[in-house]
Design a protein around this ligand. Sequence first.
Ligand code: SF4
Ligand code: SF4
Length: 314
Amino acid sequence: MARKLPADHTAPAGDPPDPRPATSRRAFLKTLGAGAATMVALDILETTAAVSGGTAPPPAAATAPPLPDVGEPDLLLRMQADLRRALRKPVHLRRWVMAIDLRRCIGCHACTIACVAENKLPPGIVYRPVLEEEIGTYPNVTRRFLPRPCMQCENPPCVPVCPVGATYRRADGIVAMNYDQCIGCRYCITACPYGARTFDFGHTYTEGTVDAAPAVLGRSGAEGYERATAHEYKQRRERRGQASPIGNVRKCHFCIHRIEAGVLPACVTTCVGRATYFGDASDPDSLVAQVISRPNTMRLKEELGTRPRVYYLL
Ligand code: SF4
Ligand code: SF4
């Protein structure tokens, strides 16, 4: 689920002394798009400057900063209240965004696994990988981590290329899939600059095992847990035969089925480092709105004009 990134990073001018081995942040982000076929050219320094009004990025923290003092026992409780307040607004007035504090991510992959479990994802489908970079030279080595869900772009390149309108942007900004409409042409996979889309080939975890012959879904090749009903897009879908989403393109959807039930996305509630924020950015009182208003935020590949709704804190 993770992939190694090159180790040739240098700290930006003005940063405090960093105990970690020198490496190139630019090089790191140039490889973050994930997927061999993905055009990856991320530039954290320029992107951060663009988001923060053209100023240079602030010094990177060598250690995780203290959590914001929100006067509550846990950030999740506040975000949960923010979420439920947003649900009382008309859908077109909600602006769902996610913010991920890279200083707090410990690379545990709990979010990745929570997403796989929540959405009953088969082998080869990962909505939220955590990209990794190993930097330095033994014995002075360390790692950097970057979770990468769908960016839920406000100007999503994946949408206009779909010949049948199977992927679309909802009123609340979430880029969604209509599995029943998708013909599996995969144009959208090529169009996404973040490598956020993958194709469901219908594989099962039991393929190749003694219990798996013949390894065909709906027959003895799939264990019961592999046919468990998924609730993506508030639909009930059991993996049987070649039924959708088998043969379709799949991606992160901000856990629509959870947030519309007043529950935060699975990756947010599972984040061990409390590194992931979620909420309605159009609500100035929401935690996520306050977090993304800070100058140390950036978005990936902003130069493409995609206007991602996933922010990173540096
Ligand atoms: S794979 Fe499906 S969603 Fe993607 S472009 Fe083709 S029809 Fe549209
Ligand atoms: S990250 Fe990719 S899949 Fe997600 S909205 Fe943007 S272009 Fe579409």
